[in-house]
Design a protein around this ligand. Structure first.
Ligand SMILES: [Mg+2]
Length: 375
């Protein structure tokens, strides 16, 4: 037992695809293998580099650099226009892999996500092993490499994934975290961009050790709220939860019955009470969705899900009830006649847009900006 014995130590993976856009372009066009590939606009334009292959990086080409500069650094570089729809497709494949292991997935971008694997679908106690499996599955599914960081919070997992790129895996344990943090360059801390880095440098802070020595009020005086963040991070303290996209994107309820039921009055009664529970949750969330999903698990543990999406209107309680009873009837009478049912679940998703904004606003604290660039 470690000194964290009072609480369960979380197991967080940060997974980051290697040179994602460039790697997808190379995968789709083998003529680009081994070439300095730059995804971005034309070098004649004012566009900046979206991604650079590892070969291109050997010439000093980096993301966010003007494409004209990239051309100067490497005249033979091959410039490719980004194809975001293609990257989204591959990103979806990657998320399918994630979902085999956990539902607690918080995407940061198309090619990066945090996964909470404290509890996971394969009941594996080793997050490192899960990370290895995920990396291998992604490689198998997409042909692409990724890097994983494994630790007990989001901040450390994120720094860890950057440690052994490309195709890396790095673990920071509660036991070695502080030593690791003492030796990092402060520019490694997410949110510390060029401006903050310079400011820290002028205060004599370059290494983690030097940041660690500063008092909290000193850091707050110079960096405001961000100073408080720095103080916590350099101590390896980060309580932020992994907020799964699913959690905010669907509301659902399910129930495993005391005994298995054939279709009939009892089962209908169970569905009715399930619907009442669902309506309470929907009211509380003040959300209205367009998609209803009905999950049915049979006596033999075979499980199916059927969903219905309304094209142009939102699901009211009345419509949800009607659809749920109708679907259950179809499944029980026509699709799987006579099969006993042990679990029913209903979920609503595809919420109207304003709710997405509301969810975002809740996150509009400092961390929201942090993950998206410089402060
Ligand atoms: Mg990446």
């Amino acid at each position: 037992m470690s000194n964290h014995s009072n609480e369960t130590v979380r197991k967080i993976i940060h997974l980051d695809m290697d040179a994602f856009y460039a790697s997808v372009e190379i995968k789709d066009n083998p003529a680009l293998i081994g070439q300095p590939v730059v995804v971005g606009g034309s070098p004649q334009s004012r566009a900046v580099v979206s991604a650079a292959s590892y070969k291109a990086r050997e010439y000093g080409i980096r993301s966010a650099m003007p494409c004209s500069k990239a051309r100067q650094l490497c005249p033979q570089a091959i410039f490719v226009l980004p194809r975001f729809n293609r990257y989204k497709e591959i990103s979806e494949q990657i998320h399918q892999v994630f979902r085999q292991y956990t539902d607690m997935i918080e995407p940061l971008s198309l090619d990066e996500a945090w996964l909470d694997v404290t509890q996971n679908h394969i009941n594996c106690p080793s997050a490192t092993w899960v990370a290895q499996k995920i990396k291998a599955d992604i490689k198998k599914q997409t042909g692409l490499t990724s890097s994983a960081g494994v630790s007990y919070n989001k901040f450390l997992a994120k720094i860890a994934s950057d440690e052994k790129k490309p195709d890396g895996l790095f673990v920071i344990t509660p036991e070695n975290a502080q030593e690791f943090l003492m030796n990092i360059n402060v520019s490694k801390i997410p949110g510390v961009g060029k401006v903050t880095q310079k400011k820290l440098f002028l205060l004599g802070i370059e290494k983690g050790e030097q940041l660690y020595e500063k008092r909290e009020d000193y850091l707050k005086k110079h960096f405001g709220k961000f100073g408080g963040y720095l103080y916590q991070m350099i101590r390896g303290i980060d309580e932020r939860a992994v907020i799964s996209d699913r959690e905010t994107k669907s509301i659902g309820i399910e129930n495993t019955f005391k005994e298995d039921y054939q279709y009939g009055e009892t089962l209908k009664q169970e569905l009715k009470s399930l619907l009442n529970g669902l309506f309470k949750r929907l009211k509380k969330s003040q959300k209205l969705g367009k998609t209803m999903g009905l999950k049915v698990k049979f006596q033999d543990f075979h499980q199916i899900t059927r969903s219905i999406t309304l094209a142009n209107s939102l699901l009211t309680e009345e419509v949800i009830s009607k659809l749920a009873f109708q679907k259950l009837f179809e499944i029980a009478e026509y699709e799987y006649p006579g099969k006993k049912i042990r679990l029913l679940g209903i979920s609503i998703s595809n919420f109207e847009k304003e709710d997405e904004n509301a969810a975002k606003n809740q996150q509009l604290d400092i961390f929201y900006f942090l993950e998206r660039g410089e402060i």
